[in-house]
Design a binder for this molecule. Structure first.
Ligand code: PLP
Length: 368
């Protein structure tokens, strides 16, 4: 049997993820993993204890922990002045990744267009394509990754169904401004278009930058699907607890899809999420300070060795660094090279949109 002939059309279009490839390369060389975007600090002790206690208490079966929805609704209602109903508007999923995929499957039909900002996180395009949708890229203008309202307006067509907004942003470190959010909200409302937000870096913002949820802008609550997770805020990317928050009909569709794909997020970690979601504010203040210190360290380090950093990250833990002018190799070569070098210092990872976003290496702030 020729297995290649048995693959679905969509499976044939996918290549191995460059991030996964670099990750495997790093593992095979016993090098620091420069590829995947996960925090480098241990999960907070109170969370680990909650997970251990849940395992000891035999939370081992399929599970939906309503308390997680209750806490999430309380948090977003207080923080973003929304009126999320925990009974009807929240779907717990396996990380933001599954929440996003389920959200896309819930709203996207064949040939529907979905606007993405370029550069963007790699999973969005794949999910949209799997659902039969068509990604439409709107370039953010370097070096400050500003959104040009005219470019955005021009990208809407009769087929535009949704727009994806990730802020704080991977891979640029941008936090979208209030004015930019208003432009996006205005277009969504006038075009009767949905928005899917990815807010996994909501607690990682620097200087005077603050995270604002698009859903909190006028007219957006009923057309926004918020997706996020515990992953980045608590250094638990492997626990796979995330969520989608949406108007009831869409949230219900997301729940139905989630049940068909994975049934439920890991039971002990949903229990631990109850603890995570009641973490005092001081934790997030420390998290912010720590990342800000690391950002400043990384910027100084890279500039000191000849990289140009035109845009100091405002949030998330990524930055764009231009390779030194006299550098003899391509950015991809450089990243592969870095992936193979055991080191205790800073890391860089590949921006796989070479050609679209220019010859930059994407660096991840993690090292002291
Ligand atoms: C922008 C962005 N969204 C989502 C994720 C994945 O989140 P999760 O672990 O909740 O699936 C990542 C991970 O790197 C990310 O950078």
């Amino acid at each position: 049997m020729e297995a290649a002939n048995k693959l679905s059309t969509i499976a044939k279009t996918f290549k191995p993820s460059p991030i996964q490839e670099l990750s495997h390369l790093a593992q095979s060389c016993n090098a620091i993993n420069l590829a995947e975007g996960f925090p480098d600090f241990p999960a907070p002790l109170h969370l680990k204890n909650a997970a251990i206690s849940a395992i000891h208490s035999d939370f081992n079966q399929y599970r939906h922990v309503q308390g997680v929805c209750d806490y999430l609704a309380k948090i977003v209602n207080e923080k973003h002045n929304l009126d999320v109903n925990p009974q009807t508007d929240v779907a717990i999923c396996c990380g933001q990744t599954e929440a996003f995929a389920a959200a896309v499957f819930a709203i996207i039909d064949k040939d529907d267009e979905v606007i993405l900002f370029d550069p963007c996180f790699e999973t969005y395009e794949a999910c949209i394509t799997m659902a039969g949708g068509v990604p439409v890229y709107v370039a953010l203008d370097p070096p400050h990754w500003t959104l040009n309202p005219e470019t955005l307006k021009r990208s809407f067509t009769e087929k535009t169904k949704a727009i994806v907004l990730n802020s704080p942003h991977n891979p640029t470190g941008k936090v979208f401004t209030k004015v930019e959010l208003e432009v996006i909200a205005g277009e969504c409302c006038s075009r009767d278009c949905l928005a899917i937000t990815d807010e996994v870096y909501e607690y990682v913002t620097f200087d005077n930058n603050k995270h604002t949820s698009l859903a909190s802008l006028s007219g957006m609550k009923d057309r926004t699907i918020i997706t996020s997770s515990l992953s980045k805020s608590f250094s638990v990317t492997g626990w796979r607890v995330g969520w989608a928050i949406a108007p009831p009909l869409i949230a219900s569709a997301i729940k139905n899809i989630h049940v068909k794909i994975t049934d439920s997020a890991p039971a002990p970690f949903q229990e631990a999420a109850l603890t995570a979601l009641t973490t005092p504010q001081e934790y997030f203040e420390l998290l912010q300070k720590d990342y800000e210190y690391k950002r400043d360290f990384m910027v100084k380090l890279l500039e000191g060795i000849g990289f140009q950093i035109a845009f100091k990250p405002q949030g998330s833990f990524f930055l764009f660094a231009e390779l030194p002018e006299d550098f003899p190799f391509t950015d991809v070569f450089y990243l592969v090279y870095l992936s193979c070098v055991p080191s205790n210092d800073g890391i860089c990872k590949e921006d796989d949109r070479e050609g679209r976003s220019g010859g930059c290496a994407r660096a991840w702030i993690f090292s002291r």
